[in-house]
Design a protein. Sequence first.
Length: 433
Amino acid sequence: GAARELGVFDSGAGPEMVGSYEGSSAAFRAALQAVGERRFRAATLRRLFAARGPPAASIEESLAPVNEEWVRLLSGSRLFELLDDGVGFSASGGVQVRVELQGGQAVVLAQGPWFRVTFAETPILQCMAQFMTEAAQTEGDHGAARWCRDALMNFAVAAHSVQERVHAPGLGSVSFFAGRRAPHEDFHLLQHLYLQQLWPAFATSSLFAGRVLPRCRLVGTSAHEGPMALMALEAPLDARLPLSSVLWTVLFWACTGNRTVLPDAFGSATFKHMLLELGLLPDVAMARQDSGRLARFAAIFPETRRMASEIEEFADIEEALRCGYRYFGAGGFFGEKRRGLAEFSIAAKITTALCPAADGTLRVGHAGKLGDFSEGSWADFSEEKHGGTARAKFIVPAEVDRDEMFARLLGYARAGDALHDAATAAAAAGVGA
């Protein structure tokens, strides 16, 4: 019950902040460069292929020639090259990374062949999370002990709450979606060792923990990377609705046998409507909620198994249980991210894709991510009331017209939400009659 300071970033709404990007950029670049110098190892990549569930065995065997070519191209190469300030990207064949300031934020941009650059997301986010945590410890935590005490307490309370109130009564299953924003390697592994003992069917998305610790069962998280890349690559498909995201989903199903959907990038109701039109909705095995309201998402996918993965506190799990969810994925909730660190917010998305055209030139496409509306239906969106909040979470590349991209994606999301709202109203009227 005692009030106490948690760290330098908990400084309230005042203008005074400790430290600055200019004062820490050299140290941050050094940390980022060290990450970029990590090398791919053939043995580790082959171990990744081997860590598969029985349903994927036949698929992986059919992909063996492709996998071996993948290993040959990656083995021994470094993760990425950090470019000097002011130096632009070039066609190097590898992954290049640069840091620039956009609207007061430090943005790390990575560019390279898709099969290479996909590996850069997790290490870069880990580097940012670790750097920011160490800065908080140095300036406001009296070293790491205070941070560690808070992190362990948050972790223990959250982990036991899940076990006692979700797993033990048989109400659902929670997976550990961790690794991308892990602020400390040892703490990350300690979380896994503890949860292996506490949870009867522990599963994690952390490849690092899966490689280091025995008997770690891996679970995929799905991602917005695929739908956003296909939007950038196949823009003609999206003249009416974002059909490219369905194309990606069907390709993902075919390659993995995993018929999960992550539908919120351009509006979950819109995605559900497209699946319905194409006769694919009955094929969905699970729908993952990652933004918007839990109850609304449950109403959009009433007959489908659902996973809630936007978990900030245990009350979110309790609400999801009331809405019929039985599967959950959470990471920062388990102590990785300190409560109240509003400035400690990082994300990574594919927003630009370059593809060789038939004439040899590079075709450039762009994508954005809107997400589901935090206030309910995008059909009720008002620029005056909701514009500031909605645009703050909108992800789009700096080189495109932000307002035009927002309007386009808003149009997609509004169309689906309007259809859902009309169907809901019609059903209610029918029941009332």
